[in-house]
Structures are given as C-alpha cells and as structure tokens.
Design a protein around this ligand. Structure first.
Ligand code: HEM
Length: 238
C-alpha cells in the first residue's frame, strides 16, 4: 500500500499520469493500426515489425489502463468503485464523464479479447469488433476532458490536441487509401472526424475550460470546497 499523506494521495498522481500515458498509447495504437491495415512497409520497417508494434502498443495501452483504473479506485478522495470501470453511468463521481471512460474501456476489452482468439472467432467477426477501436478513441478523449483535473493545465490540452491531430491524419490516410471502394463509409468517417473536431472547438471553452466545471460535471457536492456543509478536505476540489 502507498502511504496516506495529508496532501493529495500518490494514487491521484498515478491516476492522472497513467490516464495521460494510456491516451497517448491508444492514439499510437490507432495510428500504427492504420499503417498496418494499409500494408505499409519499408526496408527499415517491414510488415512484421509494424504488425508486432501495433500488437505490443495495444497491449501496453491495456496495462496502463488497468493501472489507471486500479489507482483511481484506490484513491480515497473520489467515491469510485471497481464496478464503475465496467458498468457505465452508474457511479456517483461525474457519472456521465466517468461512464465514457468505462464505455471506452469495455470496447477495448472486446477488441483485445477477439484479437487474442482471432482464429476461433473468424476474420469477419474479428474485423467487425476491431472497428470499435475507432469509436473507443473519441469516447476516451471526451472522458479525459470531462473527468481530468489537468484539463485547464496547458500540458494535458497540448497532449490531447496532438493526439487529436494524429488520429485525424490517420483517418484521412485510411479514407484516402482505396477511396473508390466503400465511398460512403469513408465519406462518413471523414465527416464524423470533422464534426468531432468542430464539436470540441465549440464545447471545450464552455465545458471543461469554462467556469464551475467541477460542479457541472457531477462532482458530489461534499467534495466541492465552496459547498455548504462541505467536509473539510485537505485536498481541495479537483
Ligand atoms: C480507454 C479508457 C481510458 C482512457 C484512455 C483514460 C484516460 C484518462 C485521461 C487522459 C484522464 C485525464 C488525466 C488528467 O487530468 O491528468 C483521465 C482521468 C480520469 N480517469 Fe480515465 N481513462 C480511461 C478509462 C477510465 C476508466 C474505465 C475509469 C474508471 C475507473 C477512469 C477513471 C478516471 C478518473 C477517476 C480520472 C480523473 C483523475 C483526476 O482526478 O484527474 N478512466 N482518464
């Protein structure tokens, strides 16, 4: 067990850092996955290297996610149960935004399991489930913005926007390759990506970057420092 201190717990720092690392790794997994599916290869980066990189970065993402979840449950500041990591929107701490994290995690668990038993489930099922990784990424990004304490800090914003740029480029590259096949699907993917970026540009200033986000996002009132009857918390609001 990590020692309990008077200030913010070590678990909280670990939740924040592992969350940020998991987001970067998930972004890399999607980007390398796009290269992989497009059969990208050079003399220096043969296919099997890209294939292995994709698999290993994906597994590392899951390792960091498990650490992220476990530390958030162990941190006693916010009431987060292990169940909240799997069952979305049932918790009492920022239920919607934490729930998005659970949705993203559930999708990634499905993608991981079907990849590990790919031969058994067959290529079509594996591929259909694998497409869910595209959905898990924006859901995870929204979770980070809605739940994270560091959104107003420049470093997390810059990191998140860099992740966004990488995924936008990956989707454009994926849509551009074989553009004539599945024109509708590729057009829809590009439109959804543009709509998501636009949504963030409109929502962020009034949402997590706006005033009183801690209250508006569903932080229990007992954890808000200004609330009447608030418990004396040595950690303050997040
Ligand atoms: C794909 C899944 C997930 C990703 C990529 C992810 C990533 C992130 C990121 C980037 C942050 C912001 C960290 C910061 O502000 O420094 C965050 C915050 C947080 N996440 Fe996740 N997360 C995921 C799933 C989950 C799940 C399932 C839980 C459930 C227990 C969870 C619990 C939390 C908590 C409690 C915070 C707030 C930490 C704070 O106070 O700053 N996350 N997450």
């Amino acid at each position: 067990m990590l020692p309990a201190t008077a200030g913010p717990s070590a678990y909280w720092y670990l939740t924040r850092s592992t969350g940020a690392v998991a987001m970067v790794l998930l972004t890399l997994t999607v980007a390398v996955g796009v290269l992989d599916v497009q059969r990208y290869a050079t003399a220096r980066w043969p296919r099997f290297v890209i294939d292995g990189l994709h698999r290993n970065v994906a597994l590392l993402t899951m390792v960091f996610l498990v650490l992220h979840i476990v530390t958030s449950v162990l941190d006693s500041f916010a009431p987060i149960a292990l169940l909240d990591a799997f069952v979305p929107f049932v918790g009492s701490y920022r239920p919607f935004w934490l729930g998005l994290g659970a949705v993203s995690f559930d999708l990634l668990v499905a993608v991981t399991i079907t990849s590990l038993v790919r031969r058994r489930v067959g290529h079509r099922t594996w591929r259909a489930v694998h497409w869910l990784s595209y959905a898990s990424w924006p859901v995870a990004l929204l979770h980070g913005f809605g739940t994270g304490s560091d959104v107003k800090g420049t470093w997390l914003m810059v990191l998140s926007l860099l992740c966004l740029a990488v995924v936008v480029l990956a989707v454009i590259a994926r849509a551009a390759a074989g553009w004539r096949d599945g024109l509708r699907l590729r057009g829809a993917a590009l439109a959804a990506t543009a709509a998501f970026a636009l949504f963030l540009a409109v929502w962020l200033p009034s949402g997590p970057l706006g005033s009183e986000w801690a209250r508006r996002s569903g932080t229990p009132t007992t954890l808000l420092p200004a609330s009447k009857g608030a418990k004396a918390s040595t950690k303050g609001a997040r």
